[in-house]
Design a protein. Structure first.
Length: 273
């Protein structure tokens, strides 16, 4: 009676019950059917070696390789048996991972395709906003200070009219005195939101001001403007191919799902009107 109360005895009983359940639910147990074959070939070994080298930056020795193979075989056995027991059902992590792998198939197909230039040209025309270069503007500026007095502004304007060196006029600051051809977002990032919009209507080559920035007032001379444009394919081919493959993979994934879903009769509640 004392033995029956030992925890070890209870553990043995639980283990026997579990393995007895395995024997009942496993279709190959006691059925006389030949055992399933697990084939582990050279390609599988090469994959294990590549993973090991990627992690440890060296090839595995013979003992390590044998341990890798034994571990992979053990994993395959347990995965197969877990599926037979239905342990993958109802597990959201496993279900999400399997669904993700199905989507990866579409990604792999799209990545393997090398589109013709004509296809990419059509893709650019259909998506101009994704590849167009924004308008750019170059200018020079004289910082007058955060809140300059009216006479200080007039003095700066007078010196410019007199032809004095513009770089020596104004208040020193960390802001660049000249900007090369620059996109609106970069200009606003440097001088504050909205500064670019104040420069757009200015005449090229003429000092104008004061112009308000996020830091104060400036005299500004626009030196060059460049309209937005679609660059030639040769200049942006890598970005276009990447975007085309991403969109193609999404289209393939949707088509794949619609084809597969068509093989099922799907019943679900409809909460729409």
């Amino acid at each position: 009676m004392r033995f029956l109360k030992e925890p070890l005895f209870h553990f043995i009983l639980i283990g026997a019950a579990i393995f007895g359940w395995f024997a009942l639910v496993s279709p190959n147990q006691n059925s006389g059917a030949p055992p399933e074959v697990i084939v582990f070939d050279n390609n599988d070994v090469d994959l294990l070696i590549a993973r090991f080298e990627n992690t440890w930056k060296r090839p595995p020795n013979s003992d390590e390789l044998q341990a890798l193979i034994d571990g992979a075989v053990r994993e395959e056995v347990l995965v197969r048996e877990a599926r037979k027991l239905g342990l993958d059902r109802g597990d959201q992590v496993i279900r999400a991972r399997l669904a993700q792998k199905m989507d990866f198939l579409a990604d792999a197909i799209a990545s393997a395709v090398e589109p013709e230039d004509s296809v990419l040209e059509d893709y650019i025309v259909a998506n101009p906003a994704r590849f167009a270069r924004p308008p750019r503007l170059a200018f020079e500026q004289i910082y007058l200070g955060e809140t300059p007095e009216p006479d200080e502004v007039e003095a700066a304007i007078s010196m410019l009219k007199a032809g004095e060196d513009w770089a020596a006029i104004g208040v020193p600051s960390l802001m660049p005195k000249a900007m090369p051809l620059t996109a609106p977002k970069a200009i606003d990032a440097t001088f504050g939101p909205g500064f670019h919009s104040g420069l757009e209507p200015l005449e090229v080559g003429v000092w104008v001001g004061p112009v308000q920035s996020g830091y104060g007032l400036h005299m500004v001379r626009v030196t060059e403007t460049r309209e937005g444009s679609l660059p030639p394919l040769a200049d942006i081919r890598e970005a276009v191919v990447l975007a085309w493959r991403r969109d193609t993979a999404e289209d393939l994934s949707l088509a794949q799902y619609e084809h597969l879903a068509g093989q099922y009769r799907i019943e679900k509640p409809d909460f729409g009107e």
